[in-house]
Design a protein around this ligand. Sequence first.
Ligand code: NIG
Ligand code: FE
Length: 387
Amino acid sequence: MSLLVTNIGELVTNDPAAGEGPLGIVRDAAVVVDGDRVAWVGPRAAAPPADARLDADGGGVLPGFVDSHAHLIFAGDRAAEFAARMAGEPYTGGGIRTTVAATRAASDDDLRASARRLVAEALRQGTTTIEIKSGYGLSVPDEARSLRIAAELTDETTFLGAHVVPAEYADHPDDYVDLVTGPMLAAAAGHARWVDVFCERGAFDGDQARAVLTAGAKAGLGVRVHANQLTEGPGVRLAVELGAASADHCTHLSNADVDALAGGDTVATLLPGAEFSTRSPYPDARRLIDAGATVALATDCNPGSSYTSSMPLCIALAVREMRMTPAEALWSATAGGARALRRTDVGVLRPGARADLVVLDAPSYLHLAYRPGVPLISSVLHRGVQP
Ligand code: NIG
Ligand code: FE
């Protein structure tokens, strides 16, 4: 079954060989999808015939968003903690334990239903690839079931047993690191593609983070790191040294951190929803891009520091608050996210890529930042199908 997406005002391909500039823009374009793959991209006048058609009505079309950082397996919410922050309380990450207690007490069905609802919410806003982390179980059975449920929803699953030290290990944290790198990793590895650690004061220090990441890598998992969110620390440099796919947050960076990101192939994944929801200073995307680092944007969707599934919101914040151009922000939310997941089949519209695309109720991607908060996603194709 083939589908012709036609009457596209402005098509973003992210394929510089296919069109204008780094976004590979084609005007007055069409796309042909065959099954779950893109079959053809080009000017509308040259489009081959197809079985069915989707009229973009002059709207912009883009690759589906790639949200490379989300924590969707949890129960409960922390709206009261958010309200307290907006009244002046700082964010410390201490609320993670509240969500751990609620998650442990929830049934499998409740966790599954809540995560499904969030994936569907993200999809309606144009997210066609999403990474999902564990990290609110923090026991062997609870981390294993979090990842089993995550794997029902995405291929991009991440073991975050090292999110914080749970209360029962507060007095002997190194025993918790032994649990994470031993039995917990063994139970998680079959359901996870990636290993992650929250390397931060109050969570895991550089040595503990190194132990978790090297054990994960030895078990065949790719590496990603929560790095330099609340303070400067060893996270970013450790991520680059270990060849991590991504260092996430990157809010507090020394010049050496910026140089390391610019010189390595670790993507700097920026999460503006977290700074928005914790009322913290935003990371400086301009500094990273100007130094030569690759930047991705993601939501960090979680009940504590960033309870949004909206990539359009992240784009708008990145443009307004992080000194990114609209073109850079769009690239980072699509192709950048794909880089952060080491994927070449998503975040791009070219023959052979996955047929994941977004049709806008606006003539150009520029409107995502220009018209913040407005629901501009008029339709989504995910694996060639309109959900
Ligand atoms: O990425 N920083 C660590 N983890 C999450 C926050 C989790 C929470 O507060 O529940 C983050 O922001
Ligand atoms: Fe996170």
